[in-house]
Design a protein around this ligand. Structure first.
Ligand code: ARG
Length: 422
């Protein structure tokens, strides 16, 4: 092991991995001092209390950095991108670069020689942290990965050393919570065939038997700014929506996820606010964007989501995609009402000054389409529509009809079945 004898900044949550890491960084890696950095991206209060207590018990200097605003800004980029990865709205993925940057700042201010995380060598988070950290001159240490630790070994080690590891959320699952999503992994949930017990959910209620509720969201240039007519900051708006929509059981995802390293894993998530905001934003885009913008934007959104999943929100590609997103979201100003009902959220109304919509044009009750165009003008279009398909099908049908009856060795299938008009 290295003989650092210096100072290391550790991503610190007070959970099992990071608690064990504090001890290992001193004992196995020879660091004199460990600085624990806990970054606030909207975890529940008890997680901070737990981290503080654990840090104290371990005799570790702890820094708490409030990065909620920065994180909420990134969540809003995700809204503009209608972002999801295989159905997961990316909470953990979006938070990691924010956390990594905050830790790096503390490490630099504190004159640390190294930065460390408690991620395993199997997940995505190691890659997301290090994508940020390896841009600095500090050493990067990953004890769990480098020493090949298992949760079982960590529990035994903690017991042996008398480390304080009474996990929050029951300690049974590996939980990652922030403003945008709560993920639940591990234990029996690792078996994709296991039906999760209801108590894995903390943000979403069982949706049965609750009356439907309407929520009105106002957007400005793609960003939600008001809830039911009340202007709110991003963090508060997300927090309130998590409660409102969570009460209807909105935003549960039980899925198979393909991690960056190629491992397929079973994941459970809760993300009520994300589901509502993504649904509402997409509904508004449906009103204000042209058909070809909507179509192309699906590709842009997909690529942005992929980069976000990889933790590469600062990649040049991400920035270029965002330029397109900005251009289209410029017109995403308006109001959408969604209905929360029985675990679902669906748009029920949308309004915008930028609507690419003419009621008289689309109406069944008006004769004129627009600007003097009449229904009759569509006749020519209707005649042409499907021309190539009809032609191709006829050629194929004729070719089959004229094909010699096979005796097993016919080789001139390309007859001149070409009696169709040009
Ligand atoms: N699989 C998700 C991701 O890579 C979430 C991981 C959350 N971690 C956890 N310990 N529950 O973004």
């Amino acid at each position: 092991m290295t003989d650092g004898n210096g100072k290391v900044a550790l991503a610190f949550s007070g959970g099992l991995d990071t608690t064990v890491c504090v001890s290992l960084l001193k004992e196995e890696y020879g660091y004199d001092e460990v600085v624990g950095v806990t970054v606030d991206v909207g975890q529940p209060d008890y997680e901070f209390a737990e981290a503080e207590e654990t840090a104290e018990a371990l005799g570790v200097e702890q820094h708490v950095v409030d990065a909620r605003e920065e994180f909420a800004d990134l969540c809003m980029q995700a809204v503009k991108a209608n972002a999801d990865y295989q159905g997961y709205p990316l909470g953990t993925a979006l938070a990691r670069p924010v956390i990594a940057k905050a830790i790096l700042s503390v490490a630099e201010e504190e004159g640390c020689d190294a930065v460390a995380h408690g991620c395993t060598g199997k997940g995505n988070d190691q890659l997301r942290f290090e994508a940020v950290w390896r841009d600095s001159d500090l050493s990067v240490i990953a004890p769990v990965r480098e020493l090949g630790l298992t949760r079982e070994w960590e529990n035994e080690y903690a017991a042996e050393k008398g480390l304080p590891v009474e996990g929050g959320d029951g300690g049974r699952y590996s939980i990652d919570t922030n403003l945008w999503s709560r993920s639940i992994e591990g234990s029996e949930l690792e078996d994709p065939g296991t039906i999760p017990a209801d108590d894995i959910y903390k943000w979403t209620d069982n949706p049965s038997g609750k009356d439907a509720e309407l929520v009105e969201l106002e957007f400005e240039e793609g960003v939600p700014v008001a809830l039911d007519g009340e202007a709110l900051g991003k963090v508060e708006l997300i927090e309130r929506l998590n409660e409102r929509a969570g009460a209807h059981g909105v935003g549960r995802t039980d899925m198979m996820e393909d991690r960056m390293l190629g491992l397929k894993v079973r994941e459970n998530y809760e993300h009520p606010a994300a589901t509502v905001l993504l649904t509402a934003h997409e509904a508004l885009e449906g009103l204000v964007l042209t058909q070809e913008e909507r179509s192309f934007k699906q590709q842009v959104d997909h690529e942005w989501s992929q980069k976000a999943y990889e933790g590469l929100v600062d990649a040049p590609l991400t920035g270029a995609l965002e330029a397109f997103m900005e251009a289209t979201n410029e017109r995403c100003t308006g109001t959408v009402t969604v209905k929360l009902e029985g675990g679902h959220c669906r748009p029920v109304s949308r309004e915008s000054d930028y609507a690419v919509y003419s009621e008289s044009a689309a109406s069944f009750d008006e004769e004129d389409v627009a600007g003097g165009i009449t229904q009759e003008d569509a006749t020519g279009v209707a005649k042409y529509h499907g021309f190539q398909s009809r032609l191709a099908n006829r050629i194929l049908a004729d070719a089959k009809k004229n094909a010699p009856v096979t005796d097993g060795g016919a080789d001139d299938a390309s007859g001149e079945a070409d009696d169709a008009e040009e």
